[in-house]
Design a protein around this ligand. Sequence first.
Ligand SMILES: [Zn+2]
Length: 253
Amino acid sequence: MMNIKGMRRHPYSRSRIQPIAFAIAVPGKFVRYREMFDLTLSFDNGPEPEATPAVLDILARRSLHSSFFVIGEKLATPQGRTLAARAHAEGHWIGNHSWSHSLPLGLCVEADVAETEIGRTQALIGALSQPSPLFRPFGGGGNLDRRLLSPAAVEYLMQKKFTCVLWNAIPRDWNDPDGWIERALGQCREQSWTLMVLHDVPSGAMRHLDRFLDRIGEMDGRLRQDFPPDCLPIVDGIIVQPIESYVMHADRA
Ligand SMILES: [Zn+2]
């Protein structure tokens, strides 16, 4: 069941762009190399009336599209619903980030937790969903480890044909609202394609989103909406990347 069944092309990971290093020759002096990079933005833990509208305004002004991984409990409020609908209408992808965001699924023992945390949220997302629904597990502070998923959760994601979206950059905007930008820029420089987790919550961090995007532009970073294949262990319900390091088995808990 959990074998790798082979890579497939998929709209969420259209192509991999390798870093392009190019040289600017300065006559008689030196050669400067620049690394170009790609950046996919994602916003987790909303929607929040005090944070999401400003993020949407900034992205709209710049004609940028991203993904919003919403928490079911917040989507269940009228304001949350309105904000998610606006994000969807403006071209962003709406993903599922669990109902309660309280415990990583790998640490949950209840038999029906996949349905109550993933299924219930997905039902609420409804027509705002992508064709292959997007699920991002709660990492309990950004941990990419076996706490992310349980065997039952993986089974559920496969059955319901989810695409599981992880990340490769987490600049911890929520606990460093004024200092996350430099860390985030460093993470972009380190790899050819960054999938960054930011948070549309009222931490104050998103006050700096505009400035962050200015800096990305100055560095020739390219914003895109699709996801790096390495961050997608499950695509359309099929395991396409090694997943065992993200799955907690009861006998190893
Ligand atoms: Zn989260």
